[in-house]
Design a protein around this ligand. Structure first.
Ligand code: PMP
Length: 354
């Protein structure tokens, strides 16, 4: 730390992204990227947009917004595009939390929430998940704070039904409820249908998983027009050109090729069922995942050691050191071939084969 670093950031613990190794070819099942390339249309549109990179991008993401509005059956005023959904979440912390409206979220959830709270100097409280890692919805009903809830949750993968999300929203009429739907396209129920019914609901989604654009950084916030206007005030006060033109074009291509998106989601869900079954045959305990990953532990294996042993063998998975989940690993659902390599190595580790 330099002697110039502001006092207000000295105690900040930044978010730790998953490893992105460059020096060796790993079977990479650690950061929940899609195993599939972006749609050919997304790539074609992006290449075309690159020809005009001398110009600033459209700060309103007009074409993208019109396309999404038509696809989702909502108004343009209900949409804000962001630099990954991380930015939408950060904007929500900035816009809707303060001393009178502290943030609340589960103790085991997306690790960026406490970081967003800390960098914006906002009070927050973590509410423990139940022992089986499910959310006790009653903990959030009438909590009178700004609620952040990932649905499905990460890294547990467990989803709440829409009726339970609605119960949280209804019971906190004077606070914003942010539903982070980064993984919603893989089997959970979206709350987008509720954004015109409740003025205190924000849904965030991403193109990083189901539309294979993690590197493009494209996400969105969906909410009533007034709330989107507030988020825009924050956006236009920080970075008006937050979504670059190549990414806007790639996003438009991805939305246009909806068939490709549906096909890939279906394949990932099929592979998730395969991985879950195979792991349970090997003695693993898994949660009920509605996401692109499986959260698993084995009674005879130390979670951290399994991560290291697999890394040694060229397979990367994600291990978290948080106490309650240190026995677990989060394994991204890859292609069938990637999963078979992973499973072979796990069998070897269990069988003591070096
Ligand atoms: N929410 C959750 C629960 C996530 O796991 C992620 C991905 N790391 C994000 C939000 C942010 O994704 P992105 O910024 O790539 O849209």
């Amino acid at each position: 730390m330099s002697r110039f670093f502001s006092e207000k950031y000295r105690h900040l613990t930044p978010y730790t992204p998953g490893e992105q190794p460059k020096n060796r070819r790993f079977v990479k099942l650690n950061t929940n990227e899609s195993p599939y390339s972006p749609s050919p249309l997304a790539r074609e549109y992006a290449a075309k947009a690159a020809e005009s990179l001398q110009l600033y991008c459209d700060p309103d993401c007009t074409a993208l917004t019109e396309k999404l509005a038509a696809l989702y059956g909502i108004e343009k005023e209900n949409i804000l595009f962001t630099n990954g959904s991380d930015e939408a979440l950060n904007f929500a912390f900035m816009a809707f939390c303060d001393d009178a409206h502290p943030a609340v979220f589960p103790d085991i959830t997306y690790g960026f929430y406490p970081v967003f709270a800390q960098i914006n100097n906002l009070p927050y409280r973590e509410i423990p998940l139940r022992d089986d890692f499910t959310v006790d919805v009653d903990d959030y009903c009438g909590v009178n704070k700004t609620v952040f809830i990932a649905n499905p949750n990460a890294p547990t993968g467990i989803a709440l039904p829409l009726s339970e999300i609605e119960r949280i929203v209804i019971s906190n009429p004077d606070n914003i409820v942010v539903v982070d739907e980064a993984y919603v396209d893989f089997g959970a129920e979206s709350a987008v249908s509720l954004i015109t019914k409740y003025d205190n609901l924000i849904v965030t989604q991403t193109f990083s998983k189901s539309r294979s654009l993690a590197g493009g950084r494209l996400g969105m916030a969906l909410a009533c027009a007034e709330v989107i206007r507030d988020l825009n005030t924050v956006k236009y006060s920080t970075n008006p050109y937050n979504v670059n033109s190549v990414t806007q074009a790639a996003g438009l291509g991805a939305l246009t090729d909806d068939e490709y998106f549906r096909h890939n989601c279906a394949e990932i869900m099929e592979n998730r069922a395969y991985l879950t079954d195979e792991l349970s045959h090997l003695g693993f305990i898994t949660t009920d995942s509605s996401t692109t990953f499986v959260f698993a532990k084995h009674p005879d294996l130390d979670g951290g050691q399994l991560y290291l042993d697999l890394k040694e063998r060229g397979v990367l998975i994600r291990h978290f050191t948080l106490d309650r989940i240190r026995d677990y690993n989060r394994i991204t659902v890859g292609t069938r071939e990637q999963l078979d390599i992973l499973l072979k190595h796990i069998k070897d580790i269990l069988g003591g084969t070096p």
